[in-house]
Design a protein around this ligand. Structure first.
Ligand SMILES: Nc1ncnc2c1ncn2[C@@H]1O[C@H](COP(=O)(O)OP(=O)(O)OP(=O)(O)O)[C@@H](O)[C@H]1O
Length: 264
């Protein structure tokens, strides 16, 4: 397997209220080309900071360490090489631009298509993310869609230029459980169809285990455990990972137990 991105000794410090907050501490991690990797941890553990650092989207902060792209062979361009889906689709969609134009613009900018080709691509993407009535949706504005539908549009825009890496940062956290399951299934399907690498960021270990082949556990800005999903769920080495798993036992343990191979 090729390494898509290699993160070495990455430390990120934000300045806040005259002081400093260290969000990532000496994190080293290889993201393999074509894998589905989940980053999990409690709020404030540094998950989003890692995602932003990879996408070169960090706000004013100081970052030490390296991020290299052996599997890409060039510095990635956000939108073209990296698609980013945020928790709140309203934050990434322009409220006064039609859905079709927002997606078409990504395709036009990064793929060099003319408007007519870009709109055809947008329509096809709306179909792929299973938005009901893609023709009508092309001319709709974000406020006319539900939260789940808006997230489908944000996903369509994120993959419009055929990125190698899709980063989903708590992309399903604001949705109700049924819609959440549908969006997870959709992400899984699109990633498989387009051969993308997935970085799935979540505070929810059960959801991460459903989707990812490997899980990286973060705590207080450190990578504390990394392994295959079956190993992390079935035989975690860190008390912290065990505590994250235990928090799910009793809520809905079945999927996790299935993964650990403890059930028939
Ligand atoms: N722009 C910023 N300025 C100052 N401090 C920040 C900034 N962004 C994040 N932090 C701090 O960095 C630490 C890590 O935050 P980060 O958002 O990366 O964690 P997270 O695991 O993604 O949390 P959540 O799940 O709540 O989004 C936290 O202490 C947070 O308060």
């Amino acid at each position: 397997m090729t390494v898509l991105a290699s993160i070495g000794e990455l430390t990120v410090t934000y300045r806040r209220d005259g002081g400093k907050v260290t969000a990532l501490r000496s994190v080293s991690l290889d993201i393999m080309a074509g894998e589905r990797l989940a980053i999990i941890g409690e709020s404030g553990s540094g998950k989003s900071t890692l995602a932003l650092a990879i996408a070169e989207l960090l706000p004013s902060s100081s970052a030490d360490g390296r991020i290299e792209w052996p599997g890409l062979g060039r510095t990635p361009l956000l939108g073209r090489d990296i698609g980013f889906v945020f928790q709140d689709p309203s934050a990434s969609l322009d409220p006064v631009m039609t859905i079709g134009k927002q997606i078409a613009e990504v395709a036009r900018t990064h793929l060099g298509l003319n408007w007519s080709q870009a709109y055809a691509k947008a329509r096809n993407l709306l179909e792929r993310v299973r938005l009901p009535d893609p023709d009508a949706a092309l001319h709709a504005f974000p406020h006319q869609l539900s939260g789940g539908q808006k997230q489908r549009v944000a996903i369509a825009a994120a993959i419009a230029a055929g990125p190698k890496l899709l980063i989903a940062d708590e992309a399903t956290s604001a949705l109700d459980t049924i819609v959440q399951t549908e969006i997870v299934a959709l992400i899984r399907q699109l990633v498989a169809e387009d051969g993308m690498t997935l970085l799935f960021i979540s505070h929810d270990i059960a959801l991460a285990a459903e989707l990812a082949e490997r899980i990286a556990v973060f705590r207080h800005g450190r990578l504390v455990e990394l392994g295959t999903t079956a190993r992390i769920v079935g035989a975690p080495t860190q008390a912290y990972t065990r505590a994250l798993l235990d928090a799910h036992i009793g809520l809905d343990a079945a999927p996790l137990l299935d993964l650990a191979g403890r059930r028939a």
